[in-house]
Design a protein around this ligand. Sequence first.
Ligand code: AMP
Length: 302
Amino acid sequence: MSILVVGSVAFDTVETPFGKAEKVLGGSASFFSVAASFFAPVSLVGVVGDDFGEKELAAFRGRDIDVSGLERMDGKTFHWRGKYSYDLNARETVCTDLNVFEFFKPKIPAAYRESRHVFLGNIDPVLQLDVLAQVEKPEIVACDTMNFWISGKPEELRKTLERVDVLLINDAEARQLSGEWNVVKAARAIRAMGPRTLVLKKGEHGVLMFSDAGSFAAPAYPLEDVFDPTGAGDTFAGGFLGYLAGAGDVDEPTLRKAVIMGSTLASFCVEAFSLDRLLRLTRPEIDDRFRLFKRLTHFETL
Ligand code: AMP
């Protein structure tokens, strides 16, 4: 059974201290799909304009990604422009041209409605809830959101969160959503809103997962070359949910391995612009780095 992902498919223009990329493939659903497809089949639901051609679609071809739910509308594809300073954890959104994304009403094809794993990318919480109304009882619903929705549609977001199993957000978003500065208190408040599991992303400082069993921390992999952090969060989500779908389990040891797999995939994403590194990635490279993660934090007690 495939993983259903609903989210943005975009052109990104990104500037970092190390270079610039113009109108390259981006969007939450793109990063998620390619990362998750290493572990399980993926069904992508999104929208693109008539400027999205074969060159861009090639990223999804030859992988286990079904794009029959990728709608095409007259007009231009969603375009996001972002800029990073040397502090790669802080990014500035220079502009967001919604284009056809403004009219996005996710229609889940009949063949995807029984998906056991669903990823709700960062879109309007009303649309996220609408997606959940179109699917039969999934085993795991994972969800991303952002400050724009937390402050703009708080009631709607609360309704969506009641139906979410795993929420993946950054620490600033967790503070904003809960009204708590301390992340442990924030996690308790957010878990009471619905998500049994909360994954707090802290960029180059790694992630913290809060679940029924307590908390689990994973560092970001120490890399010599970090080029562009765009998409790292969605790539993490793809590795995380892909791993869970492949494992077919959600006990604590599996959740922990999923966090490390998410971190592994995200560490490759940031090594190049757009999806460039992910598209060259091989399964043996993933498995090697997954093992290095174990060595990174392993220590013996006396
Ligand atoms: P991430 O770095 O994982 O948070 O995600 C970056 C991706 O999110 C980029 O490829 C953008 O195209 C996409 N993105 C940026 N802003 C939005 C938005 N408002 N809605 C949906 N996707 C967005």
